[in-house]
Design a protein around this ligand. Structure first.
Ligand SMILES: NC(=O)c1ccc[n+]([C@@H]2O[C@H](COP(=O)([O-])OP(=O)(O)OC[C@H]3O[C@@H](n4cnc5c(N)ncnc54)[C@H](O)[C@@H]3O)[C@@H](O)[C@H]2O)c1
Length: 276
């Protein structure tokens, strides 16, 4: 089993769960933890993506204690059942979210705009990105508290500390503002909310040995359009988006004893964007 040569980072014998683990970043978090020897449950509402991600993590890390599983973070029955199945966790990574689509239909008021933002969409996105993190923390965190140890990591965003720059999403061929797509209000509310949840939980269970922190990644390059990438890169002092694996070492730090005195914090890793 591969383990770190820095003892504080060693996760041998620890059990972790990553929600929304079948997407872009979830497998990176899972690989970061598996590489340090943790047993990792890669959980997603899409079981097939979770299982495929687990296999990729096993192939990369050589740690065969990585399992894909089904979990809808909005479903308390599923959360309770998974908790009973996996037993006490040492590490919970609340990573699941709905990635809001911002495509524009020609001539139609864009549905991402605040003036017409559908209430059902607001509820759905908040349910997954914010309520889901609370529900998973409630169940898995309570077991951690009863064991006297555990770590919860909430995956927020650079938009947990700054507002979106809506110019990034503008489409030059659309003249009317009402038709222009925007980053939806839910994203900001969820990500700022996760920081609040982090602080709440960090003080709630500190005396029971449970630490809770947030990681706020900046945008990851994943084949986005040229205009978007160059526009965003201009807002980032380092002049580029993140590579997909650039959050791994922060996850390892925050989920291991290497961060044993860190609690209630939000680490922003964004190439310097939010300090401008
Ligand atoms: N990719 C980025 O550039 C970026 C930047 C900053 C923050 N983030 C945050 O990182 C996290 C992961 O982002 P990503 O890019 O991997 O997103 P993604 O869309 O690729 O993955 C999200 C995963 O969550 C799953 N999911 C959706 N609803 C769910 C539910 N009800 N229960 C369980 N799983 C559910 C999806 O199936 C998907 O696999 C998100 O919280 C996102 O906001 C991403």
């Amino acid at each position: 089993m591969p383990v770190s040569n820095l003892p504080a980072f060693d996760l041998s014998g620890r059990t972790a769960l990553v929600t929304g683990g079948g997407g872009l970043l979830g497998p990176q978090h899972a690989a970061a933890l598996a590489a340090l020897g943790a047993r990792v449950f890669v959980a997603d509402i899409a079981q097939d993506r979770a299982s495929a991600a687990a296999l990729r993590v096993i192939a990369e890390t050589g740690n065969d204690q990585v399992m894909g599983c089904l979990l809808d973070v909005t479903d308390t029955t599923q959360i309770e059942a998974l908790s009973a199945r996996v037993g006490p966790l040492d590490i919970l990574v609340n990573n699941a979210a709905i990635d809001a689509k911002m495509t524009a239909a020609p001539g139609v008021a864009n549905g991402t705009r605040l003036e017409v933002f559908p209430l059902e969409q607001w509820r759905l996105e908040i349910d997954v990105g914010l309520t889901g993190a609370m529900l998973c923390s409630r169940t898995f965190g309570a077991v951690m508290a009863s064991q006297g140890r555990g770590v919860i990591l909430n995956i927020a965003s650079d938009l947990s500390v700054i507002a979106p720059d809506q110019r990034l999403y503008r489409q030059p061929d659309i003249s009317e503002e009402a038709h222009q797509p925007v980053k939806p209000v839910t994203y900001s509310v969820i990500k700022h909310g996760l920081v609040g949840l982090t602080k709440y939980l960090a003080t709630y269970w500190a005396h029971r040995g449970v630490r809770v922190n947030a990681l706020s990644p900046g945008g990851v390059f994943n084949g986005q359009g040229e205009d978007f990438v160059s526009g965003l890169s201009q807002l980032i002092p380092m002049g580029r988006m993140a590579r997909v694996d650039e959050y791994r070492s922060a996850v390892q730090f925050l989920c291991s004893d290497a961060s044993s005195y860190m609690n209630g914090q939000n680490i922003v890793i964004d190439g310097g964007r939010s300090v401008l």
